[in-house]
Ligand binder design. Structure first.
Ligand code: SAH
Ligand code: SF4
Ligand code: F3S
Length: 442
């Protein structure tokens, strides 16, 4: 027998920042319904899994977890699956996991409470995955952090890289009206937030689907920069083809815009880039990086790389390796190619053996670690602006630099929520260690 009227809920999030934000909205929805959030799943009447489909491992993790629930005594709880895997698997989830009560796709999340009503009233499984664009009410999000927050500016993706499920799990690009975004950011600042991260699969496409508004991504940055009390703006992710000179100038000129651009390269060989449908060549990518570095020399770069894409040869991987070495990324996420159902790349054989993918992955990770170590050594003795965000498990203050490095520092709680100039004295793994610069007493 399933629990009839849930009073408590537990939510687990897989995947990217967009999923984290959407989970925060779902927490807000469920609390408004009167449910209490619990952090121990055993104590919850309702379990929600907000899922990701980007690689096989992401799906396997949640499928394993859901399978295990079906075999445990927790199967009497109400169980919901939301997010990208809900879109990728739809009804088939019920076949594999008959104890799941509802499935809600990425463009139907605002219906969560109605779906829950229907499940409770009918005692039957419910599914909503057909929505095209769901005007989610982000103002009810119960946010994890109190100093920095995510703000969705554009949903979906129209790029159709051949390896990627996102255009199918999130639909077409739809920009949020800029007035709504500005209102949300102003509201966050009023609540004490100092930093926002603007989210989209490709933030640089912002506004192109609403030409009548005349507000493109860089225009939005200029508008947000005027908000008093807002200290920092970050953004994720940028497709290299759409990174404009105006955006680079905004990174250079705007007080709030942090000097960090996530610039996913994916591969360093033109044949592979073409096969991935990345719509730029290695030369064009290098040119964009050079332009960014000439306009905004302080900007640090982040990237994503996929190794072992269909038919990638050793020589082609070497091109990625060389380019990675030459460019010098400050942050990198490196993945082994994982074939995804429904994507164009499924037409091709996944013919790079797993061991080869892993070798390429490890070589690149080693190079990344070497470069990161060099970068950290350069940062020692450099004063850096840190937004103090809270405390870590050891009771030390923690924060981030404008260029997205984590820093721990000594100091009292009154520094939380403030910007401090910090001297970097060393580092522990990838975390920098700093001391707050004392003002000179004359
Ligand atoms: N919209 C963003 C990224 C979305 S997914 C962008 O285009 O940059 C995050 C990263 O996951 C991608 O940049 C890519 O490197 C990786 N990724 C996507 N699909 C993948 C797959 N099938 N196998 C391995 N990595 C993948
Ligand atoms: Fe996926 Fe490409 Fe869109 Fe990024 S730009 S979400 S990698 S299809
Ligand atoms: Fe995963 Fe969907 Fe984000 S597939 S990475 S949760 S957009």
């Amino acid at each position: 027998m399933k629990i009839k009227d849930p009073k408590t809920f537990f939510i687990r999030t897989y995947g990217c920042q967009m999923n984290e934000l959407e989970s925060e909205v779902m927490v807000g929805q469920l609390k408004r319904r009167g449910l209490k959030r619990v952090l121990d799943e055993e104590l919850a009447d309702l379990l929600v899994f907000n899922t990701c489909s980007i690689r096989d491992l992401a799906e396997r993790k949640v499928m394993g977890k859901l399978g295990q629930l079906g075999r445990s005594k927790m199967r009497n709880k109400l169980i919901g699956v939301t997010g990208c895997m809900a879109m990728a698997k739809k009804e088939t989830l019920f076949k594999k996991l008959p104890h799941v009560d509802f499935v809600i796709g990425t463009n139907n999340l605002s219906e969560l409470n109605n779906v829950l009503d229907d499940v409770v009233a009918s005692g039957k499984q419910q599914i909503r995955t057909e929505g095209e664009y769901d005007a989610l009410d982000y103002t009810i999000a119960e946010r994890e952090h109190k100093i920095k927050g995510y703000v969705s500016i554009i949903r979906g993706c129209d790029k159709y890289c051949t390896y990627c499920v996102v255009p199918y799990t999130r639909g077409q690009e739809v920009s949020r009206p800029h007035e709504e975004i500005e209102r949300e950011v102003r509201d966050l600042v009023q609540k004490g937030y100092k930093e926002v991260t603007l989210l989209g699969q490709n933030v640089n496409s912002y506004g192109k689907d609403r030409p009548e508004t005349g507000v493109l991504f860089h225009d939005l940055l200029y508008r947000l920069d005027k908000i008093e009390g807002l200290e920092r703006v970050r953004f994720l992710t940028s497709h290299p083809i759409d990174i404009s000179v105006q955006l680079m100038e905004a990174v250079r000129d705007l007080r709030t815009v942090c000097e960090f651009v996530h610039f996913p390269l994916q591969a360093g060989s033109n044949r592979i880039l073409k096969k991935m449908h990345r719509i730029y060549t290695k030369e064009q990518y290098i040119e964009k990086v050079a332009l960014l570095r000439s306009i905004a020399p302080n900007a640090k770069l982040g990237t994503d790389i996929i190794v072992g894409f269909c038919s990638e040869t050793d020589a082609e991987f070497e091109e990625t390796y060389q380019l990675f070495d030459e460019i010098g990324f400050s942050v990198a996420f490196i993945f082994a190619y994982s074939p995804r159902k429904g994507t164009p790349a499924m037409r091709w054989q996944d013919d790079v053996p797993e061991e080869v993918k892993q070798q390429r992955l490890h070589r690149l990770l080693e190079l990344y670690e070497k470069k990161a170590q060099e970068e950290r050594l350069e940062l020692v003795n450099t004063p850096m602006e840190v937004l103090v965000e809270g405390k870590n498990k050891n009771g030390q203050l923690k924060g981030t630099t404008r260029c997205w490095k984590n820093v721990i520092l000594e100091g009292d709680d009154s520094l939380i929520g403030t910007l401090q100039m910090v001297d970097i004295s060393g580092f522990n793994h990838s975390t920098l260690i700093g001391t707050v610069k004392k003002p000179l007493i004359v």
